[in-house]
Write a protein that binds this ligand. Structure first.
Ligand code: B3K
Ligand code: ZN
Length: 862
């Protein structure tokens, strides 16, 4: 497979203004008839060929302006169809046959259980019909679907239904029109026997929008939260950005087999059930948050993505990062802003930083790709959103909001670039973002090194920056880094820094001096996580304890606790490697005890502060990490904390209210705090903990408490665990998402013989390799969430994963490619393990691979 390059972009030679689709769903085969209104770019030469993409389809007929095209007029290959010299303006009619039942890749038109549905982003439309499958070809669509009325009573496509009726032989049809020109990746259709939940929303300008949610019969009672979230999102976008919804209907369909979370098709979103269904009995508080935020995210795409879309896929972050940032703003307005931010920072550090330091490091605007689906990464999404957040900080809230509004009105209906976006913000605000743009082109996490000195009332702070080399990129230029700063006095009060609470670091090295201080201040660095950088500073332990006790910035306060814990864990790693007894984390215990004696009122914030850095974060502290030492050190610090503060954790536990589950901040905070306390009590082997967890499991009236009990029992062999797990499997019998949780618990359990256990599970009749959620629950959770199991010293975990990559390479290349990631980290794993991981990759590289897996494997081996 050959890569595509950003620099090779050429505008389309032919425009397609309108698409008329006739979809005839039959037994096995589906016939797609398309009529395309096409016009050549006046600047192009008269003999310019027209290239249409198309895969996995059988061409049945092709006509230009009603006349069959002779065989000499076109050619077909495995990737598409070329018309040698079509007229300047014409109507092209094509008929193809496709087979949704044979489509296990879940791209294009495919079956999910009893539902037929589409997924076109990034390049799935060319599995439905021949078409220029690129986002800068925008057309209006009219779609007529016909199918058996009993099997597929509900027929949906983008826009408004303009006609429908019965046909002979028990068939029926529906016609949809979408008045907004759109790229084909936003096309969608659905056919199935679906339950509907309907509601309405009145926009600020008084238009009534019909909201229709669809799901398999039996789960319609799990849609209330998503419907409510959608209305919140619609209202929020009006208030925050002045943006209203633009069609008369907004439809959402839940499907059980879906490669990602959800898809923002115009007027007809398609969702993974995991991101739309929620009920107290089946979804945790975390799931409720995710559903709310994904529903909002897809809705926000209607402006940032649909009304203004991407010129080409190298610009993916244009729509994704801005939409993620808008989602983050929405989330902060509907929960605890500090906690939402802390969770974003945790994810960046745990997952994005390692990606940016490994073989898959790529700029937020990549220069090349082989398979676009491989680029829906945490870097494009979350680092991209951090770039938008920095723009928000630099331009200020008003300036940024006006800039986005200006961008949307200037480019409405267009397919544009990241450069167009940055320019629009510059124009609106009159700012110069020349150096800032480097964030889009340079990969790698910048390191900001901090030095400070204090004498005679003067505090001098020096920041220097450096971005490490990444594959294909060396010698990076200094970036424009907004650096949030606080200085705390000995009594915990903050020095008033005025404008200098936000420093601009845009040189290799810069210094700032603060005068008139009565004592050496404690620096609170990178407040709010104002830039996606690593900070290197030789923290004093007492400074960290001071920040944990007093910092008014929740992110820096939480971060200080994380640093304290990491220091304790690093000391334990060193001792483990030296064969010495692991030291007691005295400073950490003291700081946490102090915290618990005067805890913040926000229970969610307290929970974050009590949650230790993950093993991943600890591993990320080393250029190469020692698996055994990391696992031992992490476990040791947690146990020590648990044992020393057992009575404190005990005191945090509270009873659930008797009036049932409510998804509201105070209750969420209470449940989270309970869960973390229970987790510590289990880690510290508190007496009676098993019985207590089992009782909580049985008494719980909601999934959050039930999961807290199961998680605490997960690594504890014994009858309580067995009983709870068996009861939970039983609950999952009729609910796929619950059973996914059961699989994930098994896969992440630290009980011995992890590989044997997961291998048994994939032979279990409930495992289904064609269902991405189940694959993620078992295989993804094991490879990413079970450090000792995956890295079992005989290499069995690596071999097991590689076997699944091989199997999925045939079934679902997109999912297979995602599972290469854990093996691609081989360079960071010390000792023979790293070599064994690499060996699995090179064996994979000799197999016949899909472009998706090929790209990930070759990058990992480079
Ligand atoms: N835009 C989709 C993701 C499509 C992924 C294609 N492999 C969902 C989202 O970001 O909202
Ligand atoms: Zn998105």
């Amino acid at each position: 497979p050959q890569p595509k390059f950003r620099r090779d972009y050429q505008p389309p030679t032919y425009r397609i203004d309108h698409v008329d689709l006739h979809v005839d769903i039959g037994e096995g085969v589906t016939r797609i008839g398309s009529r395309l209104s096409i016009a050549r770019d006046p600047a192009a030469s008269a003999d310019a060929p027209l290239r249409l993409d198309g895969r996995a389809m059988q061409l049945q007929a092709i006509r230009i302006d009603g006349e069959p095209v002779p065989e000499s007029g076109y050619s077909v290959d495995a990737e598409g169809l070329t018309l040698s010299a079509p007229p300047a303006r014409f109507e092209l009619a094509i008929e193809v046959d496709i087979d949704p039942d044979a489509n296990t890749a879940l791209e294009g038109f495919y079956r999910s259980g009893r539902i037929l549905c589409t997924q076109c982003e990034a390049e799935g439309f060319s599995r439905i019909t021949y078409f220029p499958d690129r986002p800068d070809v925008m057309a209006t669509y009219r779609t007529r679907i016909e199918a058996d009325a009993a099997r597929y009573p509900v027929l949906l496509s983008n826009g408004d239904r303009v006609d429908h009726g019965d046909l002979p032989d028990g068939r029926h049809f529906a016609v949809y029109e979408d008045p907004f020109a759109k790229p084909c990746y936003l096309f969608a259709m659905v056919a199935g026997d679906l339950a509907e939940v309907a509601d309405t929303y009145r926009t600020g300008s008084g238009r009534e929008v019909a909201l229709r949610f669809y799901t398999d019969h039996g789960s319609e009672n799990e849609l209330d939260h998503a419907v409510h979230s959608l209305k919140q999102a619609m209202a929020w976008d009006e208030k925050a950005y002045g943006l209203e919804y633009d069609l008369d209907t907004y439809m959402v369909v839940a499907v059980g087999s879906f490669n990602m979370g959800a898809m923002e098709n115009k007027g007809l979103n398609i969702f993974n059930t995991s991101c739309v269904l929620a009920s107290p009995d089946t979804a945790t508080d975390g799931d409720y948050v995710r559903v709310r935020d994904v529903v909002a995210h897809e809705y926000f795409h209607n402006w940032t993505g649909n009304r203004v879309t991407c010129r080409d896929w190298f610009q993916l972050s244009l729509k994704e990062s801005l939409t993620v940032f808008r989602e983050q703003q929405f989330a902060a307005d509907h929960g605890s802003p500090g906690v939402t931010r802390i969770e974003q920072v945790r994810m960046l550090r745990d997952i994005q930083f390692p990606e940016d330091a490994g073989p898959n490091a790529h700029p937020v605007r990549p220069e090349s790709y082989i398979e676009m689906n491989n680029f829906y990464t945490i870097t494009i999404y979350e680092k991209g959103a951090e770039i938008i957040r920095m723009l928000h900080v630099i331009l200020g809230h008003e300036g940024f909001t006006r800039g986005v509004q200006h961008y949307l009105s200037e480019h409405d209906g267009g397919a544009v670039t990241i450069e167009d976006f940055v320019t629009a913000l510059e124009t609106a605000k009159g700012a110069d973002l020349a150096r800032f743009r480097l964030w889009y082109s340079q990969a790698g996490t910048p390191v900001v090194t901090v030095h400070d000195e204090y004498a005679d009332g003067r505090y001098r702070l020096t920041l220097s920056q450096h971005t490490p080399d990444t594959p294909g990129q060396t010698d990076k230029a200094p970036l424009h880094i907004p650096f949030g700063l606080g200085l705390l006095e000995t009594d915990g009060r903050a020095v008033d820094l005025g404008e200098r609470s936000l420093l601009t670091l845009d040189q290799p090295e810069q210094s700032w001096t603060f005068e008139g201080l009565s004592a050496r201040p404690v620096p609170s660095l990178l407040r709010g996580f104002s830039a996606p950088v690593r900070v290197e500073y030789d923290h004093r332990t007492e400074d960290l304890a001071h920040l944990l006790a007093h910092d008014s910035d929740p992110v820096a306060r939480w971060g200080a606790g994380q640093e304290l814990a990491l220091a304790a864990m690093r000391a334990a790693v060193a001792a483990h490697q030296a064969g010495e007894a692991l030291p007691a984390p005295a400073a950490l215990i003291e700081a946490v005890e102090h915290l618990l004696s005067d805890p913040p009122a926000d229970h969610e914030l307290l929970t974050e502060m009590l949650t230790l850095p993950t093993e991943r974060r600890l591993a990320d502290q080393y250029s190469q990490f020692d698996v055994d030492a990391v696992v031992a050190a992490h476990g040791h610090v947690k146990r020590q904390l648990a044992v020393s503060l057992a009575t404190r954790f005990e005191a945090l536990l509270t009873e659930s209210p008797l009036d049932g589950y409510r998804f509201e901040p105070a209750e969420v905070g209470r449940r989270r705090l309970n869960a973390v306390a229970l987790d510590y009590l289990a880690a510290g082997d508190a007496s009676g903990i098993d019985a207590r967890c089992l009782a909580l499991y049985h008494d719980a009236d909601n999934m959050t408490d039930r999961m807290a009990a199961l998680q605490a029992l997960r690594d504890r062999p014994g009858s309580a665990r067995d009983e709870a797990m068996a009861a939970f499997a039983e609950r999952g019998r009729d609910h796929a998402l619950v059973l996914d949780k059961w699989f994930a618990l098994q896969a992440t359990s630290r009980l011995p013989d992890a590989v044997t256990r997961v291998a048994e599970l994939d032979a279990d009749s409930r495992f289904d390799a064609t269902n991405p959620n189940r694959v993620r629950a078992l295989i993804g959770s094991f490879a990413r969430g079970n450090l000792p199991g995956f890295h079992q010293v005989d290499g069995a975990g690596y071999a097991w994963l590689a076997g699944h990559v091989r199997q999925l390479n045939e079934l679902n290349p997109q999912i297979a490619a995602r599972l290469v990631g854990p093996l691609a980290e081989w360079g960071r794993v010390a000792g023979p393990r790293g070599a064994a991981m690499r060996e699995q990759l090179s064996m994979l590289s000799r197999a016949s691979l899909s472009p998706d897996v090929y790209e990930m494997v070759t990058r990992a081996l480079d």
